[in-house]
Design a protein. Structure first.
Length: 206
C-alpha cells in the first residue's frame, strides 16, 4: 500500500475495533468511547477524501456486529468472442453487478443484478475469481470488499430503462471503452476473457 494511503488502513482498523467494541461491550462508558472512536475514523476519512461526513458515516459506520467485507458480484457474458458491458449513467462502462443483498445468495444476486442493469435473463456457469478489491481496483475504499466474478450465459430478456444504466454493448479486448475502474479494471476484463477461452479454468483467489 502506498505510504499516502497508510492513514486509510489505520482508519479502517480503528473503525473495525470500534464496531466490535460497540457490539460486544456492555459498559456504558466504554460504549461512549467506542462511539467516539468510530466518529473520529469517519472524520478522518471525510477530511482526507473530501467526502461529506454524513456520506462517510452511511458507508463506513452503518454496520453492527463483527465487521466483515462487503460482497460485490460481477457477471462476464460473451457473444461472438466479445464481452458484455453496461453503460453507466455517468458515461463509463462496467460488467453488470453490485452489492449482494442480505436476503439472497451470491448466485441469486448475480441473476438479479444482470436483470436490473441489462434486462437479461442469465444462467451462472462458473466462478472466475474471488478477489480482494483493494489489491486490484482504485480508489481504495474505507471498507473491505470481496469481489466475485462469474461467467454467465444469456438465456433471454431485453434491455429495460432503469436508473443505473442506459444500455449495454459487446466489446472485444482490443476495443474496450472507458471503464468504471473502481468496479472493474482492464486486467479484470482480460481475466474474464481468459476464463471464457479456457475449457478447464480454475477459479482465481487472493
Amino acid at each position: 500500500m502506498d505510504k499516502n494511503e497508510k492513514w486509510l488502513q489505520w482508519a479502517v482498523e480503528l473503525q473495525s475495533l470500534a464496531q466490535a467494541g460497540l457490539f460486544y461491550s456492555k459498559d456504558p462508558f466504554d460504549l461512549e468511547r467506542y462511539e467516539r472512536i468510530r466518529e473520529i475514523t469517519a472524520e478522518m476519512v471525510s477530511y482526507h477524501s473530501d467526502t461529506p461526513l454524513e456520506k462517510v458515516k452511511d458507508l463506513f459506520c452503518g454496520d453492527v456486529g463483527y465487521q466483515t467485507p462487503k460482497i460485490d458480484t460481477r457477471a462476464a457474458m460473451f457473444k461472438d468472442g466479445k464481452i458484455l458491458l453496461v453503460h453507466e449513467a455517468n458515461g463509463t462502462w462496467s460488467l453488470p453487478g453490485g452489492w449482494v443483498d442480505v436476503n439472497v445468495s451470491v448466485e441469486e444476486n448475480m441473476i438479479k443484478e444482470v436483470k436490473e442493469e441489462a434486462g437479461l435473463d442469465i444462467k451462472v456457469k462458473r466462478i472466475i475469481a474471488v478477489q480482494d478489491r483493494e489489491k486490484h481496483n482504485l480508489p481504495i475504499y474505507a471498507y473491505k470488499v470481496c469481489k466475485i466474478f462469474m461467467q454467465c450465459e444469456v438465456i433471454g430478456g431485453e434491455f429495460v430503462s432503469n436508473i443505473e444504466t442506459t444500455g449495454f454493448d459487446y466489446f472485444g479486448m482490443d476495443e474496450l471503452p472507458c471503464l468504471a475502474e473502481e468496479k472493474n479494471s482492464r486486467e479484470q476484463i482480460e481475466m474474464c476473457f481468459k476464463a471464457m477461452r479456457s475449457e478447464s479454468w480454475e477459479a482465481l483467489y487472493d
